[in-house]
Design a protein around this ligand. Structure first.
Ligand SMILES: NC(=O)c1ccc[n+]([C@@H]2O[C@H](COP(=O)([O-])OP(=O)(O)OC[C@H]3O[C@@H](n4cnc5c(N)ncnc54)[C@H](O)[C@@H]3O)[C@@H](O)[C@H]2O)c1
Length: 270
């Protein structure tokens, strides 16, 4: 297929983990890719406890891996101006946007009495407000190019049931699930589908952080991870970035599936 006929997918958080896996899966299907990542966060009050988070550099590396059909964009999903600029960069490069995957997200683990307002705000700003900003900007562009499109938000099984010390993260992911359901109904007659993927446990950098936070005294991060899988996943194995790519590709193609929040979790939500 000629380059200009290939569908264009914009993937936030596209340089690492689940976003990267989905981007590589889409690239294998011949799509053109705009990969967004944030290089410098506005403050160090985030899961990384530093402002340099390197998401843009990571997106550049994935874009190089894919080749001439991919570009990288430095963007903050929690900032409306940055989100608009991200879409404009995608349109400048490729002329359109057909599929949007919002995989950017952050997590911390904290008992409620120790949770600061800034920590709550950061999780809600990136995960919940970021979803609103990215979806709003996507709908505006999809309408402007004549309608039709696919939006896939990466929520979590934490958007289906609560987990101790993740009250802020669960609130943000429940928000993504509800938002997706409502927006799907709003745009259903426009050929635009809006769905969520709810992953269980995927061994990305996000879990590197959780392994430390969830470790029992004397436990190594590897032991903590193995215990989380044993406790949460009936199949007893983690899910993979490739699993997420398979479902994302299905949703990128399926015209009549909308408003869904599909668990891909080895049975964790049974
Ligand atoms: N790994 C899991 O087990 C799991 C489970 C359920 C849901 N999720 C969700 O999947 C998504 C991807 O997470 P992951 O596991 O691949 O971890 P990850 O840390 O590799 O991916 C998160 C990405 O978001 C980017 N990011 C952070 N703040 C940003 C901002 N303000 N603007 C733009 N980009 C920003 C990071 O740079 C990173 O590339 C997240 O939404 C996460 O909540 C992950």
């Amino acid at each position: 297929m000629a380059d200009e006929e290939a569908r264009v997918a914009l993937v936030t958080g596209g340089g690492t983990g689940i976003g990267r896996g989905i981007a590589l899966g889409f690239a294998r299907e011949g799509m053109r890719l705009a990969l967004a990542g944030l290089e410098h966060a506005p403050s160090a009050e985030n899961q990384y406890e530093r402002s340099h988070i390197g998401g843009y550099s990571a997106a550049q590396a994935v874009a190089s891996e894919i080749g001439r059909r991919a570009i990288a964009i430095d963007a903050d999903v929690a900032d409306a101006g940055s989100v608009d600029a991200m879409f404009e960069s995608c349109l400048d490069a490729f002329g359109r946007v057909d599929v949007v995957v919002n995989a950017a997200g952050v997590i911390t683990a904290r008992p409620i009495a120790e949770m600061s307002e800034a920590e709550w705000d950061n999780i809600m700003d990136v995960n919940a407000k970021g979803t609103f900003l990215v979806n709003r900007a996507a709908i505006i562009r999809m309408r402007a190019q004549g309608g039709g499109g696919r939006i896939i938000n990466i929520a979590s099984i934490a958007g289906k049931f609560g987990s101790a010390t993740l009250s802020h993260y669960c609130a943000s992911k429940f928000a993504v699930v509800g938002f997706t359901n409502a927006l799907a109904k709003e745009v259903a007659r426009e050929g635009i589908t809006v769905n969520c993927i709810c992953p269980g446990i995927v061994g990305t950098q996000m879990w590197t952080l959780l392994n430390d936070a969830f470790a029992e005294p004397g436990e190594t991060p590897e032991q903590s991870y193995a215990r989380a899988i044993e406790r949460l996943i009936p199949q007893g194995i983690p899910q993979t970035e490739e699993d997420m790519a398979v479902l994302a590709l299905y949703l990128a193609n399926a015209p009549h599936v909308t408003g869904q929040a599909i668990n891909l979790d080895g049975g964790a939500s049974l």
